[in-house]
Write a protein that binds this ligand. Structure first.
Ligand code: ADP
Ligand code: MG
Length: 549
């Protein structure tokens, strides 16, 4: 008792001292008085509990259009952007009496995807009808896999890139709940002027893989990194073109918040997000919004929202009208899908899906490629990821490597830098993509070879590239020759030019001699300008330093 009163007396005194001085001591005394209260507070004990942190919980549903010439159950074509209703078989328009014929390519593509995502393939999977009414769904139901999907229990490892050079990239893993086959719907086109909706059935019946993840992400950055890796894997496999802008890779994000260790909270679903960057923003916004609502004592509603790119906010699309009865039933017109392996392969039937044969067709996956490029060429993981995530760039890089492989002077690191800096910036300035650049890979290889052999400078390399875009039929050597762009490595000639720089910039020379190291720059620039950028900059610097010392 006496002891306690001394402590309380001390607290009384301490409360008159400035906060920052007595903070540590006061905390210790208070925690002595109330062992449950770990943080400094002068409030009553009941409010001393540390504030619990809200944590985001995110699960993704991805609809990936299967790259296939024809639809999943009909022979009509699937090309994007065709004139409206020109790719519609009678079955796609749900005419009575038409029957589905399963496209084997769609099953094989989904099996390949499932194997790459380390899923367990169900040897027998079935189709179901999911009923709902919408004008772009002429049959009144969607064919999907509800009761027994094609594959379950997969996983995907992905990397969160380091924000700065000091930080390390973080390896993460997310579980794949299932992959199911289903068909896409048509599209409604709303003509606001004439107040009518028009239906385009070109997309109706295109094969989809719905890839569902467990709620394994805590924020938008994780979800975005996962989606980039998934997109890269699908494109590498050739099972989906991954184009979000054309709707062939679509993402719905399910988001809730909870206190770690407690059950998950009520989730909202954000739909129709048109880029991975926006998925990330939508998730982070939603986590913040839900946290603020709950902190204000409100409840989260299970609702569907959309992302407004102008405001960066999610907005209510529709309430989940309680339980929606889709009246799932087995699709009576389709037999089950049987997937075999080498052991179970029937002898007679040649047209079967054999997962072992498909496994053998899986090309090198991004993670294997990362390892190989790191080991063989000592490239940094960040550089490899830059090449991998710039659509089509890794192919160009490896094609150049194959062309220059006999030449030890050409460095992979320099090729990567040339592609990611010069090639990409020229492409962007001309609004071109790698696929339609019109520049042959052999020409890019020539530029890299001339640069690494010191025949042209790095600055000239970019000029050659620009010239090549203007006259793609010219050879690189021709361009260099006709413009007299060969690098000047001749020491005597460079010395003369350096002397000239000294006489033009006497102040720079003085400053340098007084210790201003950067005063050398105008001298280098003078020599480069005098030679149209052809003087070897490293040699110029070396000569200047020698002459100045
Ligand atoms: P539904 O069929 O209604 O869309 P599912 O149970 O199949 O519901 O879940 C769909 C997605 O929602 C999955 O990606 C799953 O990981 C995710 N999910 C489920 N519960 C939550 C939650 N509480 N918070 C965030 N995501 C969730
Ligand atoms: Mg859903």
């Amino acid at each position: 008792m006496a002891h306690n009163s001394i402590i309380l007396h001390r607290i009384f005194l301490l409360q008159r001292l400035p906060k920052h001085i007595c903070y540590g001591l006061k905390t210790r005394l208070l925690s002595y008085r109330n062992p449950q209260c770990r943080f400094f507070s002068t409030k009553p004990q009941a409010q001393c509990q540390p504030k619990k942190k809200w944590c985001g919980v995110v699960g993704l549903e991805i609809h990936a259009q299967i790259l296939s010439k024809s639809k999943m159950f009909s022979g009509s074509a699937t090309s994007y952007g065709a004139p409206t209703n020109t790719q519609v078989a009678l079955f796609d328009a749900a005419l009575p009496g038409t029957l589905p014929v399963l496209n084997q390519r769609c099953v094989e593509a989904a099996v390949m995807t499932a194997l790459a995502l380390k899923c367990q393939i169900n040897k027998i999977s079935t189709f179901d009808r999911k009923h709902y009414f919408y004008s772009d769904l002429p049959a009144g139901f969607q064919i999907t896999q509800y009761h027994k999907p094609l594959a379950v229990d997969g996983k995907l490892e992905y990397i969160i890139s380091s924000a700065s050079k000091k930080q390390q990239a973080i390896n993460k893993m997310a579980r794949i709940t299932q992959i199911q086959l289903e068909v896409d719907s048509g599209k409604s086109l709303h003509d606001h002027k004439d107040h009518q909706s028009l239906i385009d059935l070109n997309r109706a019946g295109v094969g989809l893989m719905e890839i569902v993840t467990e709620p394994d992400f805590v924020n938008g950055d994780e979800a975005a990194a996962f989606l980039r890796e998934l997109q890269l894997i699908l494109v590498t496999l050739g099972t989906c073109d991954g184009k979000m802008s054309e709707g062939s890779f679509r993402v719905d994000a399910n988001i809730s918040v909870h206190h770690p260790g407690e059950p998950y909270g009520v989730r909202t679903e954000v739909k129709n997000i048109n880029s991975i960057r926006h998925v990330s923003k939508a998730i982070n916004f939603e986590i913040k919004r839900q946290t603020e609502e709950l902190e204000a004592g409100k409840e989260i509603q299970n609702e569907t929202r959309s992302f407004d790119i102008d405001t960066g906010e999610t907005v209510l699309m529709r309430d989940k009208e309680g339980f929606q009865d889709y009246r799932f039933m087995p699709e009576p017109n389709l037999p089950p899908i049987y997937v075999y392996d080498d052991q179970s392969l029937p002898e007679t039937d040649s047209k079967v899906v054999n997962m072992d044969a498909i496994q053998c067709q899986i090309p090198e996956l991004p993670n294997q490629k990362r390892l190989r490029l790191q080991q063989d060429y000592e490239l940094s993981l960040d550089k490899i990821n830059m090449l991998l995530f710039e659509h089509g760039m890794i192919v160009v890089f490896e094609d150049i490597l194959a062309i220059v492989s006999h030449d030890p002077l050409v460095k992979p690191q320099n090729i990567a830098n040339f592609l990611m800096n010069d090639f990409l910036s020229v492409l962007k300035s001309k609004n071109l993509s790698i696929d339609n650049s019109g520049i042959p890979t052999s020409a890019l290889a020539d530029i890299c070879t001339l640069t690494d052999k010191d025949e042209i400078s790095k600055g000239t390399a970019k000029n050659v590239l620009i010239e090549l875009f203007n006259r793609p039929s010219q050879s690189v050597r021709n361009i260099v020759e006709s413009n007299k762009w060969y690098q000047i490595n001749d020491i005597d000639r460079l010395k003369d030019l350096c002397e000239e720089a000294f006489s033009q910039y006497p102040e720079a020379v003085m400053k340098f001699k007084k210790g201003r190291k950067r005063a050398i720059n105008p001298l280098i620039v003078h020599v480069l300008n005098a030679t149209d950028g052809c003087a070897n900059p490293q040699k110029v610097k070396d000569i200047l330093l020698k002459m100045l010392s």
